[in-house]
Design a protein around this ligand. Structure first.
Ligand code: FES
Length: 119
């Protein structure tokens, strides 16, 4: 596993994300309440630029736990693919529509002021 410096922590404000290019990969790095997460900038549906907008949102979910009533969930933890709208939970990589689809996640660490990605 290698570690790649991808900028200063001040370049990753809370509540947003941005795509970086490192070692031939495009990775979306998101800051959710001070914790950094990395996901591939490639949607598994048709290879859309999943993380390009950098906008975090939530989603409506209805489950047995909510008595099948829709409820706003995962506020500030969801990225939506700009091509066809599939939603993914950033901290887990889970596709919210297709339970069998989960994205690879990259380790993102803060070392002093420096942000580093490992893979
Ligand atoms: S390419 Fe992402 S939803 Fe289709």
């Amino acid at each position: 596993m290698q570690e790649y410096a991808v900028g200063k922590i001040t370049e990753y404000p809370q509540g947003s994300g941005k795509v970086i290019k490192v070692a031939g990969r495009e990775i979306g790095i998101f800051n959710i309440r001070g914790r950094l997460y990395g996901l591939p900038n490639t949607c598994p549906h048709q290879m859309g630029p999943l993380c390009a907008s950098g906008k975090l949102t939530g989603t409506l979910i209805a489950t047995k736990d909510t008595d099948w009533q829709r409820q706003w969930s995962y506020d500030g933890e969801v990225i939506q693919c700009p091509w066809h709208g599939l939603e993914f939970h950033v901290p887990t990589g889970q596709c919210l529509a297709l339970r069998s689809v989960r994205l690879r996640r990259y380790d993102v660490v803060v070392d002093g002021e420096e942000v580093k990605v490992r893979f």
